[in-house]
Design a protein. Structure first.
Length: 343
């Protein structure tokens, strides 16, 4: 392996102009790497050709990397998706051009896990219910509001779908709050349940049947797209709560709305929806929520994909993205590489 002193010169492009300067990236990547910034707002097609032509590495946060843009990057060797999910990078097209794709799986772990548990608690302890009803006009009576939402933690099973880094962190937090915790993840070896002191469900159906709270923590892949539909939601115990802080297309929100309207599901907390940002025609559930339709009061909360957000998490995204690019592009390591054949 080459030493840092005889490394070839590379150029890394950050097309979105996310930061006021590139000092951190230059420090991490080293003196032999030029850091280029673009000012694109919505897509790589806005990046000037001359910047694309220079780039050996590409770091993107919000922008997709579609196949039709890759021809503009003749030198491109590495794409780093500055986040956990990599579904918006065309990995097949990258693989065909010999481009390595990486993600940043270890930022925002605490934040997303905490937010998932927070959504569950806010629904299950009536925080949202009383917040909504006490600011109504007129406000609800100053007394208990009967609701199928409200349950004691120890009386419930917190079901985790996908026990990766974030799922594990959510499981441990839910366990600490008194929930019985179960999970389903076909990719984990035997013993993960023993190590964490939680229960393992052999199948998704087995997990759903016992989950008073279902918290989704799977990546969006071919296998997980539309994984939780109406059939799956109706396997949940009646009056369950559904939380999704992973990716919108994993969960059928139209089916969720039907299950909420007929009372099978008591509440839902969504930080993600199928299309982001939402565009017309909006999902019916989002439209009803924004209109504050009576049946949504205290039962539905939707946030704009911000579960990851703290200043510390933003710092992690920046630093860990630069470190991943350095490891793979400059030093030839395999840090956070996503194999082309991975789902």
């Amino acid at each position: 392996m080459q030493t840092r002193n005889d490394m070839p010169s590379f150029a890394v492009l950050e097309p979105e102009g996310l930061y006021p300067d590139c000092e951190l990236e230059r420090r991490v990547l080293g003196a032999g790497v030029r850091v280029l910034q673009g000012g694109a707002k919505s897509g790589l097609d806005e990046v000037p050709d001359d910047l694309c032509a220079q780039a050996d590495g590409l770091m993107t946060l919000r922008m997709p990397v579609p196949a039709d843009q890759l021809a503009r990057f003749p030198r491109l060797k590495v794409v780093v998706r500055m986040g956990v999910g990599y579904d918006r990078v065309d990995r097949a097209a990258c693989a065909a051009r010999g481009i390595t794709v990486c993600n940043v799986p270890d930022y925002g772990t605490q934040e997303v896990a905490e937010f998932a548990v927070l959504l569950a608690l806010a629904l299950r302890r009536g925080l949202l219910l009383y917040h909504d009803t006490q600011r109504a006009d007129p406000p609800a009576p100053w007394t208990v509001v009967p609701s199928a939402l409200v349950r004691r933690q120890e009386a419930q099973t917190f079901g985790v779908l996908g026990l990766g880094r974030i799922g594990t962190a959510a499981a441990l937090r839910a366990k600490a709050l008194g929930y019985r915790v179960a999970f389903h993840d076909p990719h984990l070896p035997n013993g993960a349940d023993r190590a964490l002191g939680i229960a393992r469900a052999r199948t998704l159906d087995e997990l759903l049947a016992q989950s008073d709270v279902l918290s989704i923590h799977a990546p969006l892949t071919r296998a997980t797209r539309n994984l939780v539909g109406e059939r799956e939601l109706r396997l949940l115990p009646r009056n369950a709560v559904v939380v999704n802080t992973a990716r919108g297309p994993i969960l059928d929100v139209d089916a969720l709305e039907r299950c909420l309207r007929d009372g099978h599901v008591a509440g839902a907390g969504l930080d993600v929806v199928p299309e982001e940002p939402p565009r017309e025609p909006l999902p019916s559930l989002l439209r009803a929520y924004r209109a504050r339709e009576d049946w949504t009061v205290g039962r539905v909360v939707i946030t704009p994909h911000i579960a990851f957000h703290t200043p510390e998490a933003w710092d992690d995204i920046r630093l860990k993205s630069a470190e991943t690019m350095r490891d793979v592009l400059v030093e030839g390591l395999r840090t956070n590489v996503i194999p082309p054949e991975a789902d």
